[in-house]
Design a protein around this ligand. Structure first.
Ligand code: PRX
Length: 648
């Protein structure tokens, strides 16, 4: 019996880039893509050296890649400063008075920082860090709202070679404590509070709670954002604005080794204990720069908006480092998409003339659920390119995004990558790649991706298997912080020399990659291995369904039975009749084997704080048990009790 993951959902729609878009794009045809990709995979060093030489280096590298599997050194011998590349080089030139960051706070304040102003802020704050005894190599926690100062803090760390670890503002004191302990951080940068859905998140209060007892932290720097009352611990805490009185904006660039650590980012994956993913300087910046340039195909006049928080890798690479390295104008919004109303994003796009918009499938499914009337109120004609990241996008959600948000004219880049990969690995190029809803299409330049069976052998078209990367790439993680053994074991031990992504996927006859779900979530129904995403997409393609999550449950006869959790669109009623209709709908779309044995209607699905469905918890519920595993990454705890009640 086949141990490969089977695939049954067929998607035949193909959407080609418009001639107009292709004409102006950096890569305007598939012939160009194929030619450059083939050459870049034959000789990745040559391709990446070309991209890296568009950056400013202190000293040029001696070798592009030193690879002693699984440890890579990119641009070894070279020195570089990320802040210089993201800020100074633009501030020195014609972009000095161009907007770098356009920010809107949740309560509605507006601020714009030009590249010249951003440079001044970064230099001032870098001097504040130095004044507070933060040195090169020290680890610094950043726990802030999504305000320009979060980017300033990251860039100031990068400038002096301190290693930042950003923690998403939705995490609790315990999560902060764990990350401080693991990283040995000596300084925390935070704010009194931040706004989320109209209330104030007590950030400083959470930091205080994380610092009780033994801690490595000596200094807490507090930005005043929400004016909520906070405790100031004498001798440990200082105000950001007061510190500025003691420093100047004179902070000359120092170049760091290309392999100097830039940041640690703890993954809040849907399973297990957080891991400190370590990224370094030169290679990370080169791939962040190149992918932003080609995939978002940025123009000088673009207003580019990535909706991710800086607490996630997407916020690091595509809100801060990638676009700023390209001299782009970045929109930044502090708060929730449905505050005060579900049209906040569309209002922002209209008010600022956003041209490129990059968000997550979880957000898109929420917009669909909230109803089209919120979109219809606004003029979205400024948009020219859309993007998505974070989960497989269900084809129907893709079509809605394309029609309703993109007006049928905007290409969509469905970008596949991970915290570990640091930057986009598989994605369409918007002026070249004919796209199909639901696939991230083809590997980026220099990336050698493949699908292999359990023996590490590449499988043929439309056969499911494990997604691996067969060659090192510049923005790859270098290790798990403090745990080289775990790094080797997690990512490199199953197929020596290949990086294991943990995702199941298949390639279609055109070579396009379709992610079918995490390997850990694959179901085994009567000997058939089924990925979660196809069954979920079949459910979402029914007009009553907003969102679906599919898990297995032990079944004496079939091995596993299929259990679906479904949320409905606004106005739809959960009835026994609908349940039966949905079962038949899946049967018709995929086949009888995939028909859910049970369908549970839920008000919401449990998600990680970055919006990914937590199937592990649903599996425990579907199996009739209590939720025992780690739930610290869960966004909304109340959902769990609701799910259990409904099942009782
Ligand atoms: O399963 C894949 C899914 O998200 C995982 C990586 O999650 P994280 O490290 O949190 O990074 C998210 C932002 C890069 C992947 O292993 N994933 C991400 N993008 C896609 C995706 N699945 C399908 N299609 C995508 N475009």
């Amino acid at each position: 019996m086949s141990q490969n993951i089977e695939s049954h959902l067929v998607e035949n729609r193909v959407i080609k880039p418009t001639r107009e878009f292709s004409k102006h794009a950096r890569i305007g045809s598939m012939a160009d893509y194929r030619r450059i990709h083939a050459a870049s995979v034959r000789n990745p060093a040559k391709f990446w050296a070309g991209e890296a030489s568009e950056l400013v280096w202190g000293r040029k590298w001696k070798s592009v890649l030193k690879w002693k599997a699984p440890f890579a050194r990119w641009f070894d011998g070279g020195t570089v400063n990320v802040a210089e590349n993201c800020v100074d080089r633009h501030a020195r030139g014609d972009r000095r008075n161009k907007a770098a960051i356009i920010w809107e706070g949740e309560p509605g304040e507006k601020r714009t920082l030009t590249y010249g102003q951003l440079q001044r802020e970064v230099c001032l704050f870098a001097n504040v860090l130095k004044r507070n005894k933060v040195k090169k190599g020290d680890r610094v926690i950043i726990y802030m709202p999504l305000i320009p100062e979060a980017a300033v803090a990251m860039l100031a760390c990068a400038r002096i070679g301190a290693v930042h670890s950003v923690i998403f503002g939705g995490f609790s004191a315990d999560s902060i404590r764990d990350r401080i302990a693991d990283s040995g951080a000596t300084c925390v940068i935070t704010a009194d509070g931040g706004y989320r859905r109209g209330s104030i998140v007590p950030l400083k209060h959470n930091v205080d709670a994380a610092l009780t007892g033994d801690t490595t932290v000596k200094r807490v720097i507090v930005f005043r954002r929400a004016n909520n009352e906070i405790h100031i611990e004498e001798g440990r805490d200082v105000w950001w604005h007061r510190e500025l009185d003691y420093v100047t904006a004179d902070c000359p660039v120092v170049h760091h080794d290309s392999e100097h650590p830039l940041f640690i980012l703890y993954t809040s994956g849907s399973t297990g204990k957080p891991k400190g993913i370590l990224h370094t300087t030169g290679g990370y910046l080169a791939q962040a720069y190149a992918t932003t340039k080609y995939i978002f195909d940025l123009r000088e006049n673009d207003i580019y908006w990535c909706t991710a928080d800086v607490g996630w890798i997407t916020g690091h690479t595509y809100l801060v480092y990638g676009p700023l390295a390209n001299g782009a104008t970045c929109m930044m919004y502090e708060g929730a998409p449905n505050w005060p109303d579900p049209d906040r994003f569309w209002r922002i796009i209209q008010n600022y003339g956003v041209t490129v918009f990059y968000t997550a499938p979880t957000a898109i499914r929420a917009f669909i659920k909230w109803g089209d009337e919120w979109v219809d109120k606004h003029d979205l004609s400024s948009l020219r390119l859309l993007g998505t990241v974070g989960e497989p996008i269900n084809p129907e959600a893709w079509m809605w995004y394309h029609r309703k948000i993109g007006g049928g004219r905007c290409p969509i880049v469905d970008t596949w990558w991970q915290t570990e990969t640091g930057a986009i690995m598989i994605s369409p190029l918007p002026g070249a790649t004919p796209v199909k809803p639901g696939t991230a299409t083809l590997p980026f330049f220099g990336i050698d991706a493949a699908i292999v069976d359990d023996n590490g052998k590449e499988v043929g078209p439309n056969v499911g298997g494990k997604l691996v990367i067969r060659k090192p790439w510049p923005s790859m993680l270098r290790t798990i912080y403090g745990d080289r053994a775990r790094y080797k074991k997690t990512y490199w031990s199953e197929f020596p020399g290949y990086y294991l992504t943990g995702d199941g996927a298949r390639r279609d006859k055109d070579g396009y990659f379709w992610i079918v779900g995490r390997i850990d979530d694959v179901l085994n129904v009567a000997g058939h291995r089924l990925g979660t995403s196809e069954i979920e997409s079949a459910l979402v393609s029914h007009h009553s369904v907003a969102e679906a999550a599919v898990v297995g449950r032990p079944d004496e006869i079939k091995g596993q039975g299929v259990v679906a959790f479904v949320t409905l669109r606004e106005g739809e009623k959960p009835t026994a009749e609908l349940r039966e209709k949905l079962r038949r709908h899946v049967g018709a779309a995929i086949g009888a084997i995939a028909k859910p044995d049970d369908i549970h209607f839920a008000e919401a699905l449990p998600k990680t704080r970055s919006g990914k469905i937590m199937r592990r918890l649903l599996k425990e519920i579907a199996g009739g048990g209590d939720v025992k595993g780690d739930t610290t990454t869960l966004e909304d705890f109340s959902i769990l009790s609701k799910l259990k009640l409904r099942d009782a």
